[in-house]
Design a protein around this ligand. Structure first.
Ligand code: NAD
Ligand code: UDP
Length: 337
């Protein structure tokens, strides 16, 4: 198949590109590079032997989207493109609604016009809001506590309305938990601009000396060691989940399906830091800091539905996540010098 990846040059999109190419698919990436570099195609080619086609464009530009569908016989779309920083979304809500909600509406219109009705959408565990029970299954009530989460929730509702309006759509909504780590080659990974908001890239930058010290946000949560617990999932496992979802919607009778992509295991901030130190033989200086606004004590998935319906299950453990994240950081540090 030929798969269009919006946001395909980004962190998760580039790993999905590798997985799709390795499975024999042709990949077209459509990305405006507001948070990525076009040369990721070179790294993907180094890994797979085949380069994805890179088209520079914005999902809010309907004409540019129509041109991509005219130029390539697209069978399905995986929609990664979007803005994803919670704090930034509080400061710049209109940019988030425009990119994530309006941009998705433009993409869906272009797909409809081109007669392409297979879609995999990058949603997030953030749509569960504060957990009412754990593990989180797909029927847990949804809510949003910040503009970023609200954009994901609005798009989920938009996709439900679309599926109800036309039963020919085959849509997979994938709710990611906490993607971390990098491809085993160390060639692609997470390299955020500026100071990272997320735990893993912050840890790797402290370990490399690019940042001084990690602040552990809160050590008084009701968790085994008092620090926040999350379901970290290796990005290579997450990428494989997209292939399984694509395969499933190709033979699915429902117009819209929802699956969690997580491991089902919760790890605390200190678990992650200590595993990182042990696996990589490095110290990660940290201090305890106050809780971060909006954080919950614990959040982890029930991966049962994905295992039953997709035949997919995460394979890699926390040691592989922190090891690969460090391999990528080392190469990235060398490249940036
Ligand atoms: P990323 O920022 O690395 O990748 C997103 C890509 O989309 C970037 O390459 C960016 O340049 C591009 N993009 C943004 N707006 C665009 C637009 N208007 N037109 C074209 N391209 C545009 O982020 P990621 O971590 O790879 O996340 C991919 C998707 O997964 C996002 O939708 C994100 O919300 C979702 N998600 C991510 C996480 C996470 O922790 N990384 C968790 C849950 C959900
Ligand atoms: N965290 C931390 N220090 C940081 C960044 C994150 O202690 O510099 C904690 C955060 O409070 C949460 C966990 O690490 O308990 C995961 O946070 P992240 O931002 O990576 O993902 P989230 O689950 O918030 O989407």
């Amino acid at each position: 198949m030929t798969i269009l990846l919006t946001g395909g040059a980004g962190y998760i999109g580039s790993h999905a590109a590798v997985a799709l190419i390795e499975a024999g698919h042709a990949v077209v990436c459509f990305d405006n590079h507001c948070n990525s570099k076009p040369d990721v195609a070179v790294q993907v080619e180094q890994i797979t032997g085949n380069a994805p086609i890179m088209v520079t464009g914005d999902i809010r530009n309907r004409a540019a989207l129509d041109q991509v569908f005219a130029d390539h016989a697209i069978d399905a779309v995986i929609h990664f493109a979007g803005l994803k920083a919670v704090g930034e979304s509080v400061a710049l809500p209109l940019e988030y609604y425009e990119n994530n909600v309006w941009g998705t509406a433009c993409l869906l219109q272009a797909m409809k016009a081109a007669g392409v009705r297979k879609l995999v959408f990058s949603s997030s565990a953030t749509v569960y809001g504060a957990p009412q029970y754990l593990p989180l299954d797909e029927t847990h009530p949804r809510s949003a506590t910040n503009p970023y989460g609200r954009t994901k929730l609005i798009v989920e509702h938009m996709l439900e309305d679309l599926a109800a309006s036309d039963p020919d759509w085959r849509i997979a909504v994938l709710r990611y938990f906490n993607p971390v780590g990098a491809h085993a080659s160390g060639l692609i990974g997470e390299d955020p601009n500026g100071i990272p908001n997320n735990l893993m890239p912050y840890v790797t930058r402290v370990a490399s000396g690019r940042l001084d010290q990690l602040s552990v946000f809160g050590n008084d949560y009701d968790t085994p060691d008092g620090t926040g617990v999350r379901d970290y999932i290796h990005v290579v496992d997450l990428a494989a989940g997209h292939l399984a979802a694509l395969d499933r919607i190709g033979r699915e009778s429902r117009a819209l399906s929802v699956w969690n992509l997580g491991t089902g295991n919760g790890h605390s901030v200190l678990d992650l830091v200590r595993t990182f130190e042990a696996v990589n033989g490095l110290a990660v200086p940290y201090r305890f800091a106050p809780r971060r606004a909006g954080d919950v004590a614990a959040c982890y998935a029930s991966p049962d539905l994905a295992r039953e319906e997709l035949g997919w299950e995460a394979q890699r453990d926390l040691a592989q996540m922190v090891g690969s994240a460090w391999s990528f950081e080392k190469l990235a540090t060398t490249r940036n010098r």
